[in-house]
Ligand binder design. Structure first.
Ligand code: AAT
Length: 292
């Protein structure tokens, strides 16, 4: 209700709650896959919630969307073909559009309702769908990837929900195998990889699976997103065997891209310093990552 506080409880952040004050509820429905909720908060603007988990807020979405996109795309020269898994809000598409080298963007989102809701309530994100290079596929990414021709993509961005519900299979080995197959040699994957404070076991599992499959390199990077559980979120970022990708020293710096910062809105979070800093890990995580 308006003026009330909404509390988010979930077994994936046991023993704590997240809460935000609600100004008004804008949308509430059940799709074929999940509960969809949009509300106006008093401090973070509009908020998109799926199955009781905050997916984005207007105030801090920039930190997530800009990092998950530019960490991989700035690490390879002249990316041309990109696949987005999930990301039905369109925010990652909006960020990819800053890269003039990109010629084709496939996006595979399972839930049409997320796309429609974003078009209605989050036009600054859904604007990403207006780009002529975007080709939308509504369906399960697990299935979609089995039909992708080998080596089709320079980069794949997995902007998916937490591994409960429709995203469960997106952290399993067969999924990563299909991703690696769909990438060209020296192609890159950037995969949402949870919080280092809450989900070290998921991170460990993802990293050891990726070390087996991606013969180029495998890293963990992270960023601050205040409305994600524990206030941080990470990414597993990998490359396939082939031309070496030096993720820590981006070969395609955003500052050199023609018009990257003028494209409709300025970058709010990402720059080359944030890129390099994202790979600096606290000691406990460094030990975890190196032993996985
Ligand atoms: N861009 C910000 C938010 C997301 S959205 C994650 C999207 O992944 C959702 O729209 C969901 O419908 C979609 N999705 C889930 N499973 C699949 C699947 N199997 N195939 C295709 N799309 C899928 C991520 C927020 C991260 C939250 C961290 N706590």
């Amino acid at each position: 209700k308006a003026g009330k506080t909404v509390y988010f409880n979930n077994p994936i952040w046991p023993g704590e709650v997240q809460c935000l004050r609600v100004e008004s509820i804008l949308y509430q429905a059940k799709s074929d896959y999940q509960e969809v909720l949009v509300f106006e908060s008093s401090s973070y603007g509009k908020v998109l919630v799926l199955d009781g988990i905050i997916q984005l807020t207007e105030k801090d979405e920039c930190a997530y969307q800009e990092m998950i996109t530019h960490l991989p795309l700035c690490s390879i020269p002249s990316p041309k073909t990109v696949l987005v898994v999930g990301g039905g809000d369109g925010g990652v598409l909006r960020e990819i559009a800053r890269h003039n080298s990109v010629q084709h963007i496939d996006i595979c989102e399972i839930d049409r309702m997320v796309i429609e809701v974003s078009k209605k309530f989050f036009p600054e994100l859904a604007a990403g769908f207006d780009d002529a290079r975007v080709c939308l596929h509504v369906g399960d990414a697990v299935e979609f990837l089995t039909h992708v021709p080998e080596g089709k993509y320079d980069a794949i961005i997995v902007d998916s929900s937490d591994p409960v519900g429709p995203a469960q299979q997106l952290v399993e080995k067969p999924f990563f195998e299909t991703i690696a197959r769909a990438l060209r040699p020296g192609g890159v994957l950037c995969n949402m990889a949870e919080s280092m404070w809450l989900h070290t076991h998921i991170i460990d599992d993802m990293i050891s699976i990726c070390r087996e499959i991606f013969k180029g390199s495998v890293h963990y990077a992270w960023t601050s997103v205040p409305t994600y559980p524990s206030g941080v979120i990470g990414f597993v970022i990998c490359s396939t065997e082939g031309p070496l990708v030096d993720f820590l020293n981006p070969i395609n710096p955003i500052e050199n891209l023609d018009g990257a910062d003028q494209h409709k809105r300025e970058l709010r979070y990402y720059n080359s310093e944030m890129h390099k800093a994202a790979f600096a890990l606290p000691s406990f995580l460094k030990r975890e990552v190196s032993s996985s």
